[in-house]
Design a protein around this ligand. Structure first.
Ligand code: PHE
Length: 360
């Protein structure tokens, strides 16, 4: 015969531990059911000698009532039999999770970084909020010089005390310290050269801002890629190789290039680079957005400004303009993405329409 003290201990522990109505019912059956352990013990009483029966009998009955009431209160605690039951059908098909993916601009940015890294360029970034000094002055664009109008600038006002730009009151700012949203990635040329010595070669991908009306090929913010290579004997021949290699890696073989003179204050000589698109890349759609970069009918497409770094820029960063030479270039990443993915309108990249985004 089982020891009644041990049985009690064990049964109470099992009851307390029952996590749900189902488990509780299992414990009840185990001890109080028709073939339960306590039931069995009660039934066996009749075979015991009288003295034993008188000792164990009452205790066993007390225990039975105690366990029954414990089962009842536990049942109430668990909120009844049915309400709490978990219905789990393991044969049901799972719920499909929608996977996200990279935005086309992020994808091309990644491709571009990879290509330049493979040519031993470092990838560098700079701030989107700039001072007029870095965006213009140090790039050989003096205040009041008409060349400033080449960039439609979004100026910022700041009255914040102790901001990280140490501007106390915008009224007293001189022009160079005035804040703006950078209109190109070229200021990072200056920032990098201030803190590094040649030779080096870097690219700078980043967001730039222009105060202008939007249309199929213009946005108030877009992405540029700046390139800068400086050393003792860096020449335009090096530039030509790097740029052609880059475009072939991005778009494939068989591209044609055209190098034309162009004016940018921070390069001398300055040039613009066009590429000739294949018919496929030009995408001759007949829709109403013919004005867009990609579907334009002309053969040549301007893709970047470039040139040999102007000696005034080297002066600004305290390099010796007689000892070092370098080329710089800047191109619009959005425009490259429009060609690569045949996107007719730059605004599609920014308006957040999932019907567009999900096509990539
Ligand atoms: N920063 C120029 C622009 O935004 C492009 C450029 C970069 C031109 C470097 C020459 C050299 O128009």
């Amino acid at each position: 015969m089982r020891d009644i003290g041990k049985l009690k201990e064990e049964a109470i522990r099992a009851l307390r531990g029952a996590a749900d109505a189902e488990a509780l019912e299992g414990v009840r059956v185990k001890y109080l059911g028709r073939k339960g352990e306590l039931t069995g013990l009660l039934r066996a009483l009749k075979d015991l000698p009288v003295a034993e029966r008188k000792r164990i009998g009452p205790a066993a009955n007390v225990l039975r009532r105690e366990l029954e009431s414990l089962v009842d209160s536990k049942k109430a605690e668990l909120g009844g039999n049915e309400g709490n039951r978990v219905h789990l059908d393991v044969t049901k098909p799972g719920e499909k999770l929608r996977r996200g993916h990279l935005h086309p601009l992020t994808r091309i940015d990644k491709d571009i970084r990879d290509i330049f890294r493979s040519m031993n360029f470092s990838v560098v970034e700079g701030p989107e909020v700039e001072t007029a000094y870095y965006n213009f002055d140090a790039l050989n664009i003096p205040p009041d010089h008409p060349a400033r109008d080449m960039w439609d600038t979004l100026w910022l006002q700041s009255n914040q005390k102790n901001s990280k730009f140490e501007i106390r009151n915008s009224k007293f700012l001189n022009k160079s310290q005035q804040l703006l949203l950078r209109t190109h990635t070229s200021p990072v040329q200056v920032r990098y050269m201030e803190t590094h010595e040649p030779p080096f070669q870097i690219v700078v991908p980043g967001r730039v801002f222009r105060y202008e009306a939007t249309d199929a090929s213009h946005e108030i913010n877009f992405y540029q890629l700046e390139g800068l290579m400086v050393g003792e004997d860096v020449s335009l021949a090096n530039f030509k190789f790097v740029v052609e290699e880059f475009f072939r890696k991005l778009f494939g073989k068989g591209l044609e290039f055209r190098f034309r003179p162009g004016y940018f204050p921070f390069v001398e000589p300055g040039l613009e680079v066009d590429i000739k698109l294949t018919r496929d890349q030009r995408q001759t759609t007949n829709d109403s957005r013919q004005s867009s970069v990609v579907s334009r009918q002309s053969d040549w497409l301007e893709v970047m400004g470039a040139g040999m770094v102007h000696r005034n820029v080297f002066d600004a960063v305290h390099y010796n303009p007689d000892a070092v030479h370098g080329f710089a270039f800047g191109m619009g990443i959005d425009r490259l993405a429009m060609i690569k993915y045949k996107v007719p309108d730059i605004r599609l990249f920014y308006n957040g329409d999932l019907r567009f985004i999900r096509q990539f």
